[in-house]
Design a protein around this ligand. Structure first.
Ligand code: GLU
Length: 310
């Protein structure tokens, strides 16, 4: 990339932040987990990382926030690495639901197994497939490697707040247990799930992770394959189909990048050609997606011509 091109991209990033700021009034911070209600509603940040090592960033891209549902992509990787494809997808489907992320509806009505690993029911079963003596430590190790940041940490306050108030997730886990889908002790699986949701990352960390996914699982700096290509393909496909809650279809039309959001305000988006994007903005729309982050990604997708099907 020439200097001119780099300056041009940085200008687009600044423009994207401005566009994002103009949408913040439409959102609200998540409050169903008391600790999340403390988020700073004016925060907004974006970071782009390329496989050549270029970084473009603006705003609050280095402020840590809880990863929340974005953890579902990491836990799926770990479950596929440890339990394998057959086991994981014998218990969880690959279909979008069109329902809320914490819905119980489909479990009783249509099928005994969760529709996909990006909704809570699916992610709780995914967590149960991580059959390792130190499941959370292994998860944290994986996240740190994929984000290129060995300082990523567990926010104990959010974890405790989530564990204390997570009655809906508890209902899901016990229902799955009663139907014989969930193996293991529901409280233990939930404990792992809550911890995984409560680690602190930044938009910069997510940009690095997305860059690795875009680079088919290979870390371009050390030349090491961190995640098998097959697993990367599965995770990116499910992100595209189901990663943005029950707004995944509309988001795919407008942004067109495999992405996953979390109620902590983060979005991780995998752009083509070895480019990763992370955004952070805790003001959420009614579906639970960051309003500022989504607008930033719309601007970037359009101005940098990133949409997969454009
Ligand atoms: N910890 C959250 C829950 O299960 C994750 C929600 C999210 O980010 O979608 O309620």
């Amino acid at each position: 990339m020439t200097r001119m091109e780099r300056e041009e991209i940085q200008k687009i990033v600044e423009q994207a932040i401005q566009d994002g700021k103009n949408t913040l009034y439409e959102g609200k911070v998540a409050s169903y987990i008391p600790e999340l209600a403390k988020a700073n509603s004016s925060n907004l940040g974006v970071c782009i990382e390329t496989k050549e090592g270029e970084i473009y960033a603006s705003g609050d891209y280095s402020i840590p926030f809880t990863v929340q549902s974005i953890s579902k992509t990491f836990s799926l990787i770990l479950a596929l690495q440890t339990a394998g494809y057959e086991k994981v997808f014998s218990k969880i489907g690959m279909e979008p639901t069109g329902d809320r992320f914490d819905s119980i509806l489909q479990l009783e009505l249509k099928d005994w197994k969760p529709f996909n690993p990006m909704i809570n029911a699916g992610a709780i079963v995914t967590a149960s497939c991580i059959d390792l003596p130190k499941g959370f430590e292994e998860f944290l190790r994986l996240v740190r490697r994929l984000c290129g940041n060995d300082q990523i940490w567990l926010n104990e306050n959010v974890y405790r707040s989530e564990k204390k108030t997570g009655t809906r997730n508890r209902s899901i886990a016990y229902l799955l247990k009663s139907d014989g889908v969930l193996e293991g002790e529901p409280e233990e699986v939930l404990d792992l799930y809550f911890r995984m949701c409560s680690i602190m990352v930044t938009a910069k960390d997510l940009a690095h992770y997305a860059m690795i996914l875009s680079n088919r699982g290979e870390d371009p700096v050390i030349g090491e394959q961190l995640v098998d290509r097959d697993i990367v393909r599965i995770v990116k496909t499910l992100m595209l189909l189901c990663g943005m809650y029950d707004q995944s279809g509309e988001y795919a039309v407008k942004v067109g990048l495999p992405s996953k959001s979390g109620v902590g305000g983060g979005i991780v988006a995998v752009a083509p050609g070895g480019m990763g994007i992370g955004t952070f903005g805790p003001m959420l729309n009614q579906k639970g997606n960051s309003v500022g982050g989504e607008q930033i990604l719309r601007t970037l997708s359009e101005k940098l011509n990133l949409h997969l099907f454009a």
